[in-house]
Design a protein around this ligand. Structure first.
Ligand SMILES: C[S@@+](CC[C@H](N)C(=O)[O-])C[C@H]1O[C@@H](n2cnc3c(N)ncnc32)[C@H](O)[C@@H]1O
Length: 217
């Protein structure tokens, strides 16, 4: 289990409580920025891995085809209640799902998910995203990160995150580079109402999966 679920974190398991917490931190303004980075228009397809209550969908243009899945049944229910037929939502774990029947996507999004996953889980997410993406598509990830010169408040908040696999930007990028030929990592600060440091990855040019088993001579 790569995320904390006891004590105060139990409260965040409810979709409404998680969303209220995100809103208090200023996530709405940040989601507008994410939507601009995604740069999608009507007719394009977005897959949101670990979508939570799918708050990002409020900021995507009408006509975007949105698919989101999450391990949490409560968050998936909150996404359905909030957006109805505007998106497709289902419960699944990154490590145990196949998306082959869904076709290719223009963008894959994983906002705040990699730091909930150990290295095997993070590799599974990158495998899923690379396989689901159109060759010209982009995987965008966002996660809290360790960074030089980080303030004590940001460090303290990140140390108490539910996700237990926070890395530095290089650590996130190294995992993505196994499945993407072009990975751009950016450290962002000042995007929430509290001091916070996060890594944004823009991953392009998905690679074919590594061959399994012995290589024939
Ligand atoms: C910090 S929340 C982010 C939610 C949403 N992306 C957002 O930006 O509000 C992390 C999400 O990842 C989901 N998650 C964690 N581990 C997962 C896994 N193994 N498979 C699918 N979803 C997972 C959690 O249920 C949670 O909704």
């Amino acid at each position: 289990m790569a995320q904390r679920t006891t004590g105060v974190f139990r409260l965040l398991a409810a979709g409404w409580a998680y969303q209220a917490f995100q809103d208090a931190l200023g996530a709405r303004a940040f989601h507008r920025r994410v939507a601009a980075w995604l740069d999608v228009g009507p007719g394009q397809r977005v897959l949101d891995i670990g979508c939570g209550p799918a708050a990002i969908l409020d900021h995507l243009p009408a006509g975007v085809e949105y698919h989101g899945f999450d391990d949490s049944a409560a968050y998936v229910a909150a996404a359905r209640a909030r957006h109805g037929s505007r998106g497709h939502f289902w419960q699944a774990r990154v490590e145990r799902t196949s998306l082959a029947r869904l076709g290719r996507f223009d963008r894959v999004l994983a906002l705040g998910v990699l730091h909930h996953l150990d290295d095997d889980g993070a590799r599974a997410l990158c495998d899923l995203a690379a396989a689901a993406l159109d060759p010209d598509g982009m995987l965008l990830t966002y996660d809290p990160c360790w960074a030089a010169g980080q303030g004590v408040i940001a460090r303290a908040l990140i140390a108490r995150d539910r996700g237990q696999d926070v890395r530095d930007a290089h650590g996130y990028a190294a995992l993505a580079r196994a499945r993407f030929a072009a990975v751009d990592a950016e450290v962002v600060r000042g995007h929430l109402r509290v001091p916070y440091t996060a890594a944004v990855l823009r991953c392009r040019r998905p690679r074919a999966p590594a061959a399994r088993g012995p290589v024939p001579w």
